[in-house]
Design a protein around this ligand. Structure first.
Ligand SMILES: [Zn+2]
Length: 292
């Protein structure tokens, strides 16, 4: 029941994970939870939330499932999972999203509330809006696109479920879309690839790095958004504490499109025109990866 209720027939699958306890609980900045306003986020730590509301098997047509949308574009035959970070109902479901779920060698909170701009624009709304635009772009190029949640009014899905959706879809690439809640003085975007974790990500680390580089190149070219100056290195990071990456069996990265705490980034992130440009850039980056 941590999944949004309005989706009957969902199969909940929990990836079995060996309970090795190498607890390295990292409190790295990424999608910092809301400082105020939002209900208690148990681990005040900025658990980099992964998005989602599991809809395993949802097809390219996005909504109703009626009809084929696949075209004849360069991505014809490709499947891409786009994972909009967090969810609009998370803030009111503190207990559910605080539940520990498998996240690799360790467990992690099911999901988090996400960041927010000073103006009150929440990360979950940003990720939803941008993700649907990215979906549209990719479909125009012929890809089959699966979103990990069906709207912005649900709860979760949990990070492990978000990874499982990509695995079930046997995605050629998966991108989790977020915006960070870093220090107000810092701006810019970064892409997070999975670090090598034997038994988890060793099989996807290399292609995921390529995906990260392609996405970085297309995103900065397309949006003019600078590489983050407060986190990561040259716009690229690798982490082993994100369940959404650790449990993925397909090439996957997180995009932190900007810093919601920074006024300049925040203005961009909330701007529909910027979002449209960003969506095209993200789709271009994914397309470049898939074309390699
Ligand atoms: Zn986030």
């Amino acid at each position: 029941m941590r999944i949004s209720s309005p989706t009957p027939g969902k199969t909940r699958r929990t990836t079995p994970v060996a309970p090795i306890a190498a607890a390295a609980v990292l409190a790295l900045s990424a999608c910092a939870a809301l400082p105020g306003g939002a209900p208690p986020d148990p681990s005040a730590a900025p658990a980099p939330g992964e998005p989602g509301s599991g809809r395993p098997g949802e097809g390219a047509s996005g909504g109703s499932g009626a009809g084929e949308v696949e075209g004849e574009g360069r991505l014809s035959g490709m499947t891409v999972v786009i994972d909009p970070g967090h969810n609009g109902g998370n803030a009111e479901a503190a207990t559910e999203i605080a539940e520990q779920v498998p996240a690799g060698p360790d467990t992690k909170e099911c999901d988090t509330v996400g960041a927010e701009t000073d103006g009150g624009y929440p990360e979950h709304e940003f990720t939803w809006e941008l993700s649907t635009l990215v979906r549209d772009r990719l479909e125009e190029e012929g890809a089959e696109v699966v979103l990990t949640r069906e709207d912005n009014a649900g709860v979760g899905p949990c990070v492990n479920e978000r990874a499982e959706i990509g695995n079930e879809a046997e995605a050629d690439a998966a991108v989790s879309i977020h915006a960070d809640g870093g220090p107000a003085s810092g701006r810019g975007f970064h892409v997070i690839a999975p670090g090598v974790l034997t038994g988890y990500t060793d099989d996807i680390a290399e292609p995921s790095r390529r995906l990260a580089r392609d996405l970085r190149a297309a995103f900065e070219d397309g949006t003019g958004q600078p590489r983050a100056d407060y986190i990561a290195e040259e716009g690229l990071d690798e982490r082993t504490d994100l369940g959404g990456l650790n449990l993925s069996d397909v090439p996957k990265v997180f995009l932190e499109a900007g810093n919601m705490s920074n006024p300049t980034d925040a203005a961009n992130l909330a701007d529909p025109e910027w979002q449209a440009t960003a969506a095209t850039a993200i789709a271009d980056g994914i397309g470049d990866f898939l074309a390699e």
